[in-house]
Design a protein around this ligand. Structure first.
Ligand code: FAD
Ligand code: E0Q
Length: 453
């Protein structure tokens, strides 16, 4: 598409909005971005969202397209695997991949966002802060923004709007009013709370730095991701109702009692438990499904605005970044906006649905299964099958995290593989009892070769 004549207005300068602004500005589009919050480089970062995030191959690849990878990776902390802290004490590192070439990276949300904002501006994008999208007149091409500092309205004219304004998207609400999008939200019924592990007296990490720590406890769990300053951000995921829930753990003192009982090895590492608890409101979790992501040539949604998901696969940002690359490519390839938006939606919607489903499944797996004997046997068998059939049997986690095959393909193959693993391990306690030759025949029948890069 001929970009020189066209202007694009992006709503939201979060993770997806700022990355997309870089990609489109570099391709010659005239990009303007409107962001509800203040400039984080001036006022500090008001987020209320998770402080750090796991970056995987899909996200890294997208950052590479924007020449942002080196700057981001310079401050990233490697996570080789999950460090599982068992209820009875003791811990175990479950590697994510085959070696240190297959790892994920903990990055700081604010640093990442600032890096992307800087690059977007140097690529020519204009970013306006304190501009919260309020209402849109699509036929006339007018949008109204509010400056929340003084409630003043600001009206602009637009050609087309791209909604990167997150799970509570105001653009989505406006589009839905103009023409229903078939929106359906499903709350998980569990929420989260963030706490901090400061560095030790020597300024260093108090627990293994190069891991994603996880305390699985059946119906709930804690995780911790490292930050480059020697701290960890701990996230407690808990049901909203029930015996151990946000309904019953209301005060900092009650939170301390919960940690004494269930997370005893973590408790001494969190000195400001009560303060953190009382200052951070619990965050809601859910999945958002839409039938349509675009409105003709007037508007399109991406990232959380289009497909918010639960965070248990660590893929929300990675998926949002993949969306940005896909939308930029369709805008180049098609000769008009409406067909670019339609092609983007057709390409990405099945894949977003697949990672949404896998993220939900991973919650049960993380909180309830990673410390089970049958789970561990299945992981062992998975490794053996990967070695024997490297082009056919690729572990679920590898397909999602270290590869860029479509999420929908990863989901389909994972379902077949899980069935094979469950059938082969049923009633067995040891790998030696499993007939690998019989299994090889099933693998060849059911899993065609996958192009492994
Ligand atoms: P956001 O990052 O939410 O950005 C939206 C932007 O729009 C914000 O800047 C906001 O201020 C702005 N905005 C909102 N409304 C308006 C408006 N009306 N007008 C103008 N601007 C507006 N993903 C991973 O890949 N790895 C992880 O490890 C991971 N961990 C997570 C842990 C938790 C607890 C949670 C909740 C999420 C996690 N995610 C993770 C998901 C990730 O945070 C999101 O998928 C990602 O932030 C989506 O990016 P986005 O740009 O679509 O939305
Ligand atoms: C990852 C990395 C919030 C969060 C982020 C994550 C992961 C998990 C559990 C959670 C999944 C995993 N995982 O370890 O399988 O890989 O990002 Cl809870």
């Amino acid at each position: 598409m001929n970009a020189s004549s066209r202007a694009i207005t992006i709503i939201g300068a979060g993770l997806a909005g700022s990355l997309l602004a870089i990609l489109l500005s570099r391709k010659g589009w005239d990009v303007t971005v409107y962001e509800r919050r203040g400039d984080p480089r001036v006022n500090g970062y008001e987020s209320g969202r998770s402080i750090n995030l796991a970056l995987a191959e899909r996200g890294r690849h997208a950052l590479r397209q924007a020449d942002a990878e080196d700057a981001v990776m310079a401050r990233a902390v490697m996570m080789r695997g999950r460090m599982v802290h068992f209820a009875g004490g003791g811990e175990q590192l479950q590697r994510y991949g085959r070696d240190d070439s297959e790892v994920i990276w903990s990055i700081h949300r604010a640093d990442l966002n600032i890096t992307l904002l800087d690059l977007a501006e140097s690529a020519g994008a204009k970013i306006h802060f304190y501009r919260r999208l309020h209402t849109v007149d699509f036929p006339a091409g007018y949008a109204r923004f509010i400056d929340d500092r003084d409630d003043s309205p600001h009206d602009i004219r637009f050609d087309t709007l791209i909604g990167a304004d997150g799970a509570g998207s105001a653009l989505r609400a406006a589009m839905n009013r103009a023409s229903p999008l078939g929106e359906r939200g499903e709350f998980l019924g569990h929420s989260y709370k963030e706490l901090e592990i400061p560095p030790g007296a020597d300024g260093r990490f108090q627990i293994e730095a190069n891991a994603l720590h996880i305390w699985p406890r059946g119906d709930y769990m804690c995780i911790a991701l490292p930050n480059d300053a020697g701290t960890f951000t701990v996230t407690l995921f808990l049901p909203n109702e029930g015996p151990t829930s946000f309904a019953n753990v209301r005060s900092g003192a009650e939170a301390r009692a919960l940690f004494e009982r269930d997370f005893a090895d973590a408790l001494p590492l969190i000195p400001h438990l009560e303060r953190d608890w009382e200052h951070h409101p619990p965050g809601l979790l859910g999945t958002l499904y839409l039938d349509r992501w675009h409105l003709g040539d007037r508007a399109v949604l991406l990232g959380d605005a289009a497909h918010a998901m639960v965070p248990f696969h660590g893929q929300g940002m990675n998926c949002a970044f993949e969306d940005c690359v896909a939308l930029a490519a369709q805008l180049e390839a098609r000769d008009n906006l409406a067909s670019a938006f339609a092609a983007f939606e057709a390409e990405r919607k099945p894949n977003a649905a697949a990672i949404q489903a896998m993220a939900l499944e991973n919650y049960t797996e993380m909180r309830d299964r990673v410390d089970d004997a049958d789970f561990l046997l299945q992981r062992q068998l998975e490794q053996v099958l990967q070695q024997r059939h490297p082009d056919r049997f690729v572990p679920h986690y590898t397909m999602v995290t270290f590869m860029r095959i479509p999420y929908a393909v990863a989901l389909e193959r994972s379902q077949i593989q899980r069935e094979l693993l469950q059938q082969a391990t049923r009633g067995h306690a040891d790998l030696a009892q499993i007939d690998l030759d019989a299994l090889a025949r099933t693998v060849h029948e059911r899993l065609p070769p996958l192009q492994v890069p």
